[in-house]
Design a protein around this ligand. Structure first.
Ligand SMILES: [Zn+2]
Length: 319
């Protein structure tokens, strides 16, 4: 089994969002990747520059972060050929690693744009090395820039950042500092190709949290009414946990709840409702063990939301 660490660089509409192609807001212009064996040693590398078809020059703001010269891109190959070569190079049995959670989504969006989505079946299981770094190395467990991780781990800087192959190499070096036995349970799932039917729904169990990705619903309101979406089981023993705070929605349209397992303590429930490109809805639910303090914090958040709503209501009445 090979580990594939990859990184993409992409361009966007040079004339701003208004002129962006909604089917392809980010056009991939470079793919860089390294292959690792199970001892996390680099055994091979892959690099392609891609000639853009949609956005014909590099946006100023992007120029500051990507160090690709547009003239070089003209020597690149079209995306469909680069994508096919990349996925052939990866092989069928490989596991993907990326810095952050955006690259697999954009890869699939670009594949879909060129009718090539069949090349990569989703939902795609992968490892987000930025998340792993936050988990194992960052004292505040925050998502950090790749440069931050490189200095934090005293890894020598041998190339400029923000070129696909260099960033893939740096990500691989961060990964090399970790123990596979520790990080392997913490995989992520990219849901760009989300489950559509009950049969395709996804249930994942990580050491201290469970994840559930529901099927599609025609409207947003029906999602929270689904029994499995709203159920709260303890992520450790998987027995039903008694609801202490019912599901409520905060300002960022995320639902929260708190339940209690007699053996394992408080369980935070979090449901994020996602909209598909076809305007359908599905839920990503996380159930996580939390401490009494965090449970109290969620309760006070609910209280202050209630107060705000009440105030708004009474203001309306006065008017
Ligand atoms: Zn339990």
């Amino acid at each position: 089994m090979d580990y594939i660490v990859f990184d993409l660089e992409w361009n966007q509409s040079p004339d701003g969002k208004k002129y962006s192609n909604s089917r392809l807001p980010f056009e991939i212009i470079e793919i860089g990747a390294v292959k690792l064996n199970e001892d996390l040693e680099i055994t091979d590398s892959f690099h392609r520059l891609i000639r853009p078809q949609v956005y014909n020059w590099i946006h100023e703001s992007i120029h500051e972060v990507i160090h690709v010269d547009y003239k070089d891109l003209e020597k690149g190959i079209p995306f469909p050929a680069a994508a096919q070569e990349f996925l052939d190079w990866c092989g069928r049995e490989s596991i993907f690693f990326t810095w952050g959670n955006q690259d697999l989504t954009e890869l699939q969006r670009n594949l879909k744009f060129y009718d090539q989505l069949y090349l990569l079946r989703g939902p795609v299981r992968y490892y987000d090395v930025q998340k792993l770094y936050a988990l194992f190395f960052d004292p505040e467990h925050l998502r950090r820039a790749l440069e931050h991780a490189i200095s934090g781990l005293d890894i020598p800087r041998t190339a400029d950042f923000h070129r696909a192959l260099a960033d893939a190499c740096y990500t691989a070096r961060v990964l090399k500092k970790m123990n596979p036995e520790e990080f392997l349970p913490y995989f992520s799932v990219d849901v760009y190709q989300n489950p559509r039917t009950k049969r395709e729904e996804i249930r994942l169990s990580c050491p201290d949290y469970d994840k559930f990705i529901s099927r599609e619903f025609a409207d947003r309101d029906r999602v929270m009414k689904d029994r499995e979406v709203s159920s709260t089981r303890c992520p450790v023993c998987h027995l039903p946990a008694k609801r202490k705070i019912r599901w409520f929605m905060n300002n960022s349209r995320i639902y929260y709840s708190v339940s209690f397992c007699r053996q394992h303590g408080y369980v935070e429930g979090k449901v994020r409702i996602r909209r598909t490109e076809e305007d359908r809805y599905f839920a990503v639910k996380t159930l996580r063990i939390i401490g009494a303090e965090e449970a109290e914090e969620i309760r006070s958040r609910q209280d202050s939301l209630r107060k705000k709503r009440r105030m708004k209501k009474s203001l309306k009445k006065e008017i």
